[in-house]
Structure formats: C-alpha cells, structure tokens
Design a protein around this ligand. Structure first.
Ligand SMILES: NC(=O)C1=CN([C@@H]2O[C@H](COP(=O)(O)OP(=O)(O)OC[C@H]3O[C@@H](n4cnc5c(N)ncnc54)[C@H](OP(=O)(O)O)[C@@H]3O)[C@@H](O)[C@H]2O)[C@@H](O)CC1
Ligand SMILES: Nc1ncnc2c1ncn2[C@@H]1O[C@H](COP(=O)(O)OP(=O)(O)O)[C@@H](O)[C@H]1O
Ligand SMILES: [K+]
Length: 510
C-alpha cells in the first residue's frame, strides 16, 4: 500500500463508480480491510508520537451507521490487538455489524454517545477522555451538517484540540462542494481512500481536514470518462503542485528581448480609485513583464510614474490587455471592452470591468471575479457562489465563454472544453486584503503576454501569489508582496532547472 500525492479529486458519484469496479475485482471486504489497515497505521503513528506507542493509548472510535463507521471499527480492532484501550461510541444509527464484532473480539467495547456525559446546557464541555479520537461518523454517504448531539461532540473535540483522525473526510462537511453547513469535525489528519474528494481541496472543508493522506486501496486512480459521466456532476479537480508551477512559469533565455518576453497593456484604476491602477501595474512589473504600458487615468498614471520609472505611458503594440480593476463607475467601460474584443488578444477583465462584458467573449479572455462579483455576473446571491464554488465557476464559463478564475480562499480556474477545474496552490489567509486581487490581475496579464495559455496563466498566477505569500508570512501589504515576487520566481526557476537536470539525467541513464 503506497501513499499517493494529493493531486486529483473526484466527486462522490465518480468514486462510487470506481468502487463498483474494484468490488468486481477485489471484493468489498478487501477494500474495507485495506482502508482499515491504512487508517490503523495512521492512528498508530499518531499514538507513537503522542503516547510513545500504541500499547496503553486510549482511543475513542466514533461510529455512524455506514461503511465509514465500518472502516473505523475494523481499524479499532487492529489497534486493540496491539494493546490500545479502544472504546467505540455509537453516534448515529446501528454500527457496522462485522466491524463491531471484530472490535469486540479484539477486546474493544461499545458505548452510546449519551454515556460520554456531554451536557448541552454547559458552556464548556468536558474534554473527551481519549488520546486520539477517530471520526468514523459519516463518510461519502453523509449529508452535510451533523445532528445534535454529534455536533456537540464535534465542538468538544475541536475546543479541546483533541487529536482527531477523520476517516475519509471530517464528518459534517459536504464531500462534493467543500461547504460546511453548521458543525463539522476538525481533524488533525484525514485518511482518505483511493482518490481525494472535492472537500479535500476546497475551503472551508479543506481547513477541517488537517494533514491529508490519500491511501491506495486498489481503486483505479484515473477514472474514465464513463466513470465521471455516470456520476451526474462529474467534478474533477486538479490541485496545482509547486513543481507544476515551476514548470508553467515563463523564463527568459539568451534570445529573449523585452518584446519577446511580452508587453502588457494596462487600463485599470481611476481618479477615484487610483490604487488599483498602481497595484495591478506592480503585479505585472514584478512578475516579469518585458514591458508595461499603462494607459489608464491621470491620477494613477502620475503615481505610477513616480514609483515605477520602467513603465511607459504611450499607446503601442501589446501582447495582452488588463482592464477593470478600480474602474468604479466608468461610462465608456462597455466601449473599451468591445474595442478590445476586436483586437483578438488575450485580455484580463477584473472587478468593475466585469459589469461591462460583451455577451460572449473568447476562452483566451480571463475573468477574475471574487465570489460577490461572480454572483453579480450570474444574477445570483453571493451565497449561491460560496455554497458551491465549482458549480458557480462553471456557470460563469457557460454564460460568458471566457476562462474564469474565481478568487478567494480557494481559487478555481475553469475554461471551456476542459473537463477538469484547476485549483491554485492555496495561500495564507494573510493574503485576504484589499489590493491582493489587483496585484493578481497584473500577474495574470504578464503571464498571458508571455504566451502562457489562458487557463494555465490563471492557475500559475494565483499559485505564484500564494507561493510568494507563504515564503513571506505575516501581514505583508499587497504592493510589498508584489516586490517579493521576483525572489519567489527565482526560487521556482532554480527548482525548474533542477527538475530539467533530473529529467536529462534519467534519460541519460536510460
Ligand atoms: N469508496 C470506497 O471505495 C470505499 C469506501 N469505504 C468507506 O465507506 C464510506 C461510505 O460508506 P457509506 O456509503 O455506507 O456512507 P457513510 O457515509 O458511512 O454513511 C451513510 C449513512 O449515514 C446516514 N446519514 C448520512 N448523513 C447523515 C446525517 N447528516 N445525519 C444522520 N445520518 C446521516 C445515511 O442515512 P440515509 O442517507 O440513508 O438516510 C446512511 O445510513 C466511505 O466514506 C469510506 O469510509 C471503505 O470502506 C473502502 C472503500
Ligand atoms: N481566505 C483567503 N486566503 C488566502 N488568500 C485570500 C483569501 N481570500 C482572499 N484572498 C486573496 O485575495 C484575493 C482577492 O482579492 P480581491 O477581493 O479581488 O481584492 P481587491 O479587489 O481588493 O484587490 C485573492 O485572489 C487571494 O489572493
Ligand atoms: K468521517
């Protein structure tokens, strides 16, 4: 059994299709035993680090009515055989019969949730008396939200920072959307089986998963088109990895000049909101544009002239446009966008520009809304976007024809005719500040001007900003973070050089 790097995630329907195929070849029991084995190993590792060993450790197994509880009970049996004191707690419905029999045969016992003595009226609950809690209440068959008093127990574990290992996913989160309605468990570690699910990549559920381990239990890790189609929603998410980011960025070579590296034309900011013009230009300049032409309003123009002497202010040829950030209420917005449409160049439309879009635009155009802006574009409430961001970003693409980068804690890139959705590297929450989006729009435009394909440019730009922010933690203002981008790019370039050296070496050695 090997660990696989978290990379692709599929919806529950697709996972069920994979499961069916594996049942036919390996059998349902074998799958559950493999899951239980991997889970027991993860709990044992935690017991070794917390208690010095499995023997004598106190483990509570929370069980619901389904196979998620079955996995947890069989894992509990394995741990009990190694000398752990294992108590299963019946949280919902009737526990998996064979799992419970195995646990009892190994010396474990079952109690009811009521026996834990949680008091709904108490402001502070007692600490659940365990070194480790295993959350096997609900898995991929779970509906989001937890009934009380399971929710009370989830809060108690969270408040007391009890080491919690989630089986497949933290109970209470929505597997397919990443939404967390009401209470959910907050795991220290999540052990998931075969492939990751959307909740492992999308906030706020992602933040409830802790460290994520995807263990190979014999499911096909690459679902076919039929597997995906059968699920109805066919969600396929691909998490950008740092190595990919390093490979996606454009690096100049000896043959490069400023034009070959790409000229960005920027019309952002306004006399009312000049900062957006300055920040998007900072983003473009510091992510490696060959040249930046700023073509926006007078006040931002004067500020940029003072701060960035390398920016030019005359119209001329460009390889990509950036418009919209900080426009405010711009009367000629629609005319500007209509003119750019005629140019046929890749174009980033951010913020206020999104209110002036032509009915259809090409997929080389990149829209960069946050949740509120996407909601407005779609005529929906903001909550419609946040409760299912994958559905929303797809709707944005369908409505406009463009590539859409939905910004926020999880940044999703969706483009027409590509079955998966890219998930950018996640950034630290410090990046959630006014101006981050402006800088990001500038980075997107630079990558487009360098000739990077639109969806890849969007995923790389968002990932690059997150990567730079991780390397410079704390409340770094967006303009300063832009200035730290060159060092981040240099690190990624070294990483890319090492990757290429390794590829060459492995080709050389056969
Ligand atoms: N995929 C694989 O290959 C493998 C999967 N495996 C494991 O199986 C797990 C999936 O098992 P599962 O299908 O039995 O579903 P699971 O989540 O345990 O429980 C569903 C039950 O809970 C109930 N219920 C739901 N929501 C509720 C709520 N909010 N409040 C109250 N009740 C609620 C629901 O009731 P119903 O919807 O029927 O009313 C139903 O009775 C998976 O996560 C993994 O751990 C492994 O063994 C190895 C191979
Ligand atoms: N929870 C979060 N964690 C990390 N980064 C975030 C989070 N929320 C927002 N961001 C960052 O903020 C950006 C969104 O900025 P946006 O709201 O468009 O700002 P502005 O329009 O003021 O520039 C995202 O692209 C992302 O970089
Ligand atoms: K669970």
């Amino acid at each position: 059994m090997s660990l696989v790097e978290i990379y692709d995630a599929y919806d529950v329907g697709t996972v069920r299709a994979l499961e069916e195929r594996a049942f036919d070849t390996v059998g349902a029991d074998a799958l559950m035993q493999r899951a239980a084995h991997a889970l027991a190993l993860a709990v044992a590792r935690e017991a070794v680090s917390l208690c010095g060993g499995v023997y004598g450790s106190t483990i509570i197994i929370l069980v619901g009515p389904g196979n998620n509880g079955g996995d947890a009970l069989f894992a509990g049996a394995r741990l009990a055989r190694r000398g752990a004191r294992v108590t299963a707690v019946r949280c919902l419905g009737t526990p998996h019969a064979r799992g419970l029999a195995a646990l009892r045969a190994a010396g474990g016992r079952l109690i009811d949730l009521d026996d834990l003595g949680l008091d709904p009226a108490a402001r502070i609950q007692q600490r659940p008396a365990a070194d480790i809690v295993v959350d096997g209440v609900l898995g991929i068959g779970g509906r989001p939200g937890l009934p009380e008093p399971v929710a009370l127990l989830a809060r108690a574990c969270r408040d007391w920072l009890v080491t919690t290992i989630a089986v497949d996913l933290p109970s209470g989160v929505a597997a397919d959307t990443g939404a967390v309605a009401g209470d959910a468990f907050a795991a220290t570690r999540t052990v998931t089986f075969g492939v990751a699910k959307p909740c492992h990549l999308i906030e706020p559920a992602r933040g409830r998963c802790g460290e994520i381990e995807v263990v190979d239990i014999g499911l096909d890790p690459a679902p076919s088109e039929d597997d995906r189609a059968g699920s109805g929603s066919g969600r396929w998410l691909r998490q950008v990895q740092t190595d990919q980011l390093a490979a996606y960025l454009p690096y100049p070579d000896a043959g490069s000049d400023k034009y070959a590296r790409g000229v960005v034309g920027i019309d952002t900011g306004s006399d009312t909101y000049p900062g957006a013009g300055v920040l998007s230009t900072y983003g473009a300049v510091h992510s490696g544009a060959g040249m930046v032409r700023y073509l926006g309003a007078d006040v931002p123009r004067a500020l940029i002239r003072e701060r960035l002497p390398n920016v030019v202010f005359s119209p001329g040829r460009v390889q990509a446009h950036l418009v919209g950030s900080g426009w405010g209420d711009r009367p000629d917005g629609a005319a500007v966008l209509a003119r750019l449409l005629g140019d046929g160049l890749p174009t980033v439309v951010d913020a206020d520009g999104l209110g002036h879009l032509p009915a259809r635009v090409p997929a080389t155009w990149l829209l960069t809304p946050h949740a509120g802006e996407l909601a407005r574009l779609l005529g929906e409430d903001r909550s419609w976007v946040t409760e299912d961001p994958v559905r929303a970003v797809r709707a944005g693409v369908e409505k406009t024809g463009a590539t859409v980068l939905l910004k926020g804690a999880t940044q999703l890139v969706c483009t027409p005719d590509q079955p998966w959705i890219d998930v950018a590297l996640p950034g630290p929450a410090w990046t959630a500040q006014a101006g981050s989006g402006d800088v990001l729009a500038g980075i997107c435009a630079t990558l487009l001007a360098a000739g990077v394909r639109t969806p890849r440019a969007a995923a790389a730009a968002a990932s690059l900003q997150a990567y730079a922010a991780h390397r410079n933690p704390g409340p770094v203002p967006p303009q300063r973070l832009a200035e730290l981008m060159p060092a981040a790019i240099a690190r990624l370039q070294s990483r890319r050089t090492r990757q290429l050296d390794e590829i060459r070496r492995s080709e050389w050695t056969g």
